[in-house]
Design a protein. Structure first.
Length: 454
């Protein structure tokens, strides 16, 4: 992880000195997963149990501590075009690749090959409890049996559904609601939807294009799809739906590439999108209405996953390791401190805060934002005696500020600044005359925003 120095001026009894803090320049950190061509990753609801797969001799890797450590699965044959899914509690896992589907019922310790036909599997999805599985097979000359297959007993038996042939493309993908009833599958030109576990399908209203990644909320009402459209231009797009795919809204990301992967929180409000080129990761906390780019090294991202609350994220690089991100609320660990200053002199105050970067600072005077005072340091030149009663507040927030404002914010202890006359003596035990400190003071009240569900 790279760092950048942040300069903070601090006022002490002996004068001014310069303090240098090293602040993280990104909030994504590499895990201990080996560097390989990762193409799939899935997360349990709490974000602690992860399953990832890619092109390697040991294609599947498991973590039970949010990516701190990983172990390889050795009884699964290497293959290409991996897809993985996981139950909410992380005990049941499923992985598909060219020719086979595997399952594990003990958080990835032991894997077994299911009875699924030897098809060209491109995507697999799971219900919240892991009992219902759905897999998508594309057409190939070696195995001309494309379609969607479902299982209601964790892969013991499989049934071929009457799925439209148009979804049988090599880059097709499929997602499932937590109860397994609502499905969304992409393929050549459109997204097809099912509300009865795949028994019947209807085409969505999306324009012709190639959707290469889909994610949905736990109840299946909110969907996000990434890919590109054919008309009026061949360009990458992101679509979101809040009514189970009945209607869609078009979104765009700065620098979005044709290969974008997406993930969603359980309620569908927090979304993450990662592009393969130029390799940027974006977050949204309003179901895709607005997006904020993350501080992360440029990578060709192959897959992303999210915990149920949307605060723990993982991203798998196609030619590197797996990165993790914990989106924490800002915490003020060094609030502005109280002091008395001489009228006409300059005073500088700083606030120390940590949390998911980038952090945003805003100083306020009597409830109004101070123009251009958006750093961790506030400098007040030539403090006058006439500045009596002014109240300053510093707010520290990150990309979750919109949610925090709905919930309110917690206030840190106040820091008061007294202004004394240049002719008033000041010693270790002296204090301003009665009435001066109470009247001629600045009040600093640092606050912090909190993350919460909306």
């Amino acid at each position: 992880m790279s760092t950048r120095p942040s300069l903070v001026l601090v006022v002490t009894a002996c004068g001014l000195f310069l303090r240098i803090h090293f602040v993280s320049a990104q909030d994504w950190t590499p895990t201990t997963a080996p560097a390989q061509y990762w193409s799939a990753i899935a997360s349990s609801a709490d974000g602690t149990k992860l399953v990832a797969a890619g092109l390697a001799l040991a294609p599947i890797h498991i973590s039970t501590n949010s990516g701190a450590t990983w172990w390889p699965v050795t009884n699964v044959f290497p293959s290409t075009n991996w897809s993985v899914a996981i139950s909410s509690d992380g005990t049941r896992m499923v992985a598909s690749a060219g020719g086979a589907i595997y399952t594990s019922s003990d958080s990835g310790v032991i894997w077994s090959k299911t009875s699924a036909p030897a098809a060209s599997w491109t995507s697999v999805a799971s219900s919240g409890d892991g009992s219902q599985l759905v897999a998508l097979a594309s057409y190939s000359f070696a195995c001309p049996c494309p379609g969607i297959y479902t299982s209601t007993n964790f892969g013991v038996t499989w049934v071929s559904n009457n799925a439209p042939f148009s979804i049988a493309a090599f880059n097709s993908t499929i997602v499932s609601s937590a109860d397994g009833t609502k499905l969304a599958a992409s393929g050549s030109g459109q997204i097809n939807l099912s509300t009865n576990s795949g028994a019947t399908w209807t085409a969505s209203s999306l324009p012709d294009g190639a959707i290469t990644s889909i994610a949905c909320s736990a109840d299946g009402t909110r969907l996000i799809a990434a890919g590109y459209i054919y008309f009026p231009c061949s360009c990458p797009v992101i679509y979101t739906s809040r009514d189970s795919g009945a209607t869609w809204a078009s979104n765009s990301l700065p620098g979005q590439s044709f290969e974008t992967v997406v993930a969603s929180s359980a309620d569908g409000s927090k979304l993450v999108a990662a592009t393969s080129y130029p390799g940027v990761i974006y977050n949204s906390t309003d179901a895709g209405a607005t997006w904020v780019s993350n501080h992360v090294f440029a990578q060709a991202w192959g897959a992303v996953a999210s915990s149920a609350d949307g605060n723990k994220l993982v991203a798998a690089a196609q030619n590197d390791t797996i990165y993790g991100c914990s989106l924490t609320a800002p915490v003020i660990y060094n609030p502005p401190t109280s002091r008395t200053v001489v009228a006409g002199t300059r005073v500088t105050f700083s606030v120390g805060a940590s949390g998911a970067v980038p952090l945003a600072y805003q100083w306020q005077l009597n409830g109004a934002d101070l123009a251009n005072e958006t750093n961790a340091v506030l400098g007040l030149p030539d403090v006058p005696m006439a500045a009596s009663g002014r109240r300053y507040v510093v707010r520290v927030s990150n990309i979750f500020r919109r949610m925090a404002e709905r919930l309110g914010c917690q206030r840190a202890p106040r820091a008061r600044i007294g202004v004394r006359s240049p002719h008033q003596p000041m010693g270790p035990n002296s204090s301003p005359p009665q009435g001066i400190l109470a009247r001629d003071q600045f009040m600093f009240r640092p606050t912090r925003d909190h993350i919460g569900q909306t």
